[in-house]
Design a binder for this molecule. Structure first.
Ligand code: PHE
Length: 337
């Protein structure tokens, strides 16, 4: 037993001061090899009386295990040291955790792109109230109380004659009341409709409205501005189509279509095989609107247009459900960073 204790003490002193891998191999042979110190003890066990043999055998085997694990530990320590690492140090070669990066919402990005293009054409950006009176949302825009086009707009009344605006056209009136022509303004913002929510409808969405007023604006100016816009927004080869339509605040009025930029007009699922995508409403400002803001309709002319931002973003990014914009799911939003 005392021999075992001696070997143990010697081994422990030696292993803690061992500085080289070669020294470790040599120690292993010297203690545990065929002619090793512990091996000779194990071999001599048979000479002992029965009860001592058992006790000494257990101790010797425990020491053997201790030596094996001691050697392995020392090997790991020496190998790390030879690579210039310290046991307590982290592995600096592992990729780190960057701070999470934010980004603009796809709707904000799309509005930004639309705005940039019109700003480059000399338009100025203006905003107006989302909580609006019937006068700005309807009457001044030539939509009287009994007009059928008011049905799809009439909702979200707050109290009396105030409501959440159903389009950004209300800002046209605020602008015209505040300033005299000539001017070109772009009016982005949120609007509200009594629509049931589904893949293409939402009770809240975004529009960008445009208005240009001067003394000699014609439909050609409207076509020119929108053609420039559509080419830089959807590609230089984009073709346009103006379909006669009706809005109480423009006359004449048109729905503006662009050739489908996915199939180039051949017909696909997105354009419902028509080759065309409807992207906005537009027209020349109705003289009744000029009258409502105190402009002389004999002197001034202008054009106006309004487009839905979600629809354009869905087309550009290939998004098939409008609800994705409002769910605030980072797995969706992260794709636009
Ligand atoms: N305000 C109309 C709408 O919400 C769009 C529009 C704006 C049409 C300006 C013509 C001129 O549908």
């Amino acid at each position: 037993m005392s021999r075992i204790d001696e070997i143990k003490a010697a081994f422990e002193a030696e292993i803690s001061s061992c500085k080289r891998l070669e020294g470790l191999e040599e120690m292993k042979v010297r203690y545990l090899g065929r002619k090793g110190e512990l091996t000779s003890v194990l071999r001599s066990l048979s000479e002992l009386p029965e009860d001592e043999r058992r006790k000494a055998g257990m101790e010797a085997n425990k020491l053997k295990e201790l030596m094996n694990s001691g050697i392995e530990e020392a090997r790991t320590r020496l190998e790390m040291k030879s690579r210039g690492e310290k046991a307590s140090e982290m592995d600096v070669t592992l990729p780190g955790f960057g701070p999470p990066r934010g980004g603009l919402h796809p709707i904000t990005k799309t509005m930004g792109r639309i705005s940039e293009i019109f700003v480059s054409l000399g338009f100025r950006i203006a905003e107006g109230p989302e909580v609006e009176t019937e006068f700005y949302n309807f009457e001044a825009l030539n939509i009287p109380l009994d007009h059928p086009s008011r049905d799809g707009f009439d909702t979200f009344y707050i109290k009396g004659k105030t409501l959440l605006r159903s389009h950004t056209s209300n800002v046209q009136i605020h602008i015209m009341q505040k300033q005299k022509p000539p001017f070109q303004v772009l009016m982005p913002g949120r609007v509200y409709r009594p629509d049931a929510v589904d893949a293409t409808h939402s009770f809240m969405f975004h529009q960008v409205e445009g208005l240009m007023v001067d003394t000699d604006i014609s439909f050609a100016d409207l076509k020119g501005a929108l053609t420039l816009f559509c080419r830089s927004m959807f590609g230089e080869d984009t073709r346009m189509r103006f379909r006669p339509s009706f809005f109480p605040f423009t006359e004449p009025s048109a729905e503006v279509d662009i050739s489908c930029f996915i199939c180039k007009g051949k017909g696909c699922r997105v354009c419902k095989m028509s080759g065309w995508l409807e992207i906005m409403g537009a027209g020349l400002v109705d003289p009744k609107v000029f009258e409502a803001v105190g402009y002389d309709p004999g002197k001034y002319t202008g054009f106006a247009f309004g487009m839905g931002v979600e629809r354009i973003a869905m087309l550009l990014y290939g998004i098939n459900d409008i609800r994705l914009f409002y769910e605030n799911d980072v797995r969706f939003l992260r794709q636009f960073i």
